[in-house]
Design a protein around this ligand. Structure first.
Ligand SMILES: Nc1ncnc2c1ncn2[C@@H]1O[C@H](COP(=O)(O)OP(=O)(O)OP(=O)(O)O)[C@@H](O)[C@H]1O
Ligand SMILES: [Mg+2]
Length: 147
């Protein structure tokens, strides 16, 4: 049984077919990339796995469990949004610590963070915002998938 399995995953926005019966199996520890032209449904697929978009039909299983029956916050997955969607009023370190603190880790130790971690993300370069978003996505979810 695959770690993550998409079965005939389909998403329609009105009459527009955004994802057309995608089936995919991902093994634990595997690193995969979705490649395709703009508008082919990559982001929509990730959003359905994360729980931010409801499939029109099809199934998603994680470790043999029906992922669609689990609320997004309970799926334990990380996601890097295409626009990063960092909290602009928080520092880099506060963004990275956010998910852990939401899970009940009261005082996340930020003493060993790098020097830029004390700056607000809104002041950071695009590449640094990208790295901050990756760190925020993976901090609370390891060893679960990060999308
Ligand atoms: N909320 C929405 N409402 C209506 N149509 C949408 C919505 N979100 C996405 N779409 C449409 O669904 C299709 C797939 O969009 P999606 O964002 O998944 O593409 P993508 O492969 O991630 O593209 P890109 O490489 O540009 O990021 C596109 O035609 C897009 O216009
Ligand atoms: Mg996209």
């Amino acid at each position: 049984m695959a770690f993550l399995a998409l079965e005939k995953l389909t998403k329609k926005f009105g009459t527009h077919l955004a994802v057309d019966g995608l089936s995919l199996e991902v093994e634990k520890g595997e690193f995969i990339a979705l490649l395709g032209p703009s508008g082919c449904g990559k982001t929509t697929t990730l959003q359905m796995i994360a729980g931010f978009a409801d499939p029109s039909s099809g199934a998603i299983e994680l470790e043999g469990r029906d992922l669609l029956a689990i609320k997004p916050a309970k799926r334990g997955l990380g996601i890097v949004f295409q626009s990063y969607a960092l909290f602009p009023h928080m520092t880099v370190a506060e963004n990275v610590a956010f998910g852990l603190e939401m899970q009940g880790f009261a005082a996340v130790d930020r003493t060993s963070c790098c020097s830029t971690s004390r700056f607000r993300t809104s002041t950071q370069s695009c590449a640094r915002r990208c790295r901050s978003s990756c760190a925020r996505s993976s901090a609370p979810s390891a060893p679960r998938p990060s999308l």
